[in-house]
Design a protein around this ligand. Sequence first.
Ligand SMILES: [Zn+2]
Length: 65
Amino acid sequence: MKRSHILVPKPKSKFQKVQCKECSAENILYSHVTTTVTCKSCGNVIAEPTGSIAKIHGTVLGILE
Ligand SMILES: [Zn+2]
């Protein structure tokens, strides 16, 4: 019995545009950050590493392919 291999959806690393909720500045950041990312404008923490997809503190405006 042969099973066709199952497609595992790979978490694709992407860049995303995140708007800081403190100052509304737009920041481009990686979807899988390994370090805490702060807003380039005000220094507020906008993304934290979780081991996989970053935890975003702000508004995701879009994904950059
Ligand atoms: Zn900010």
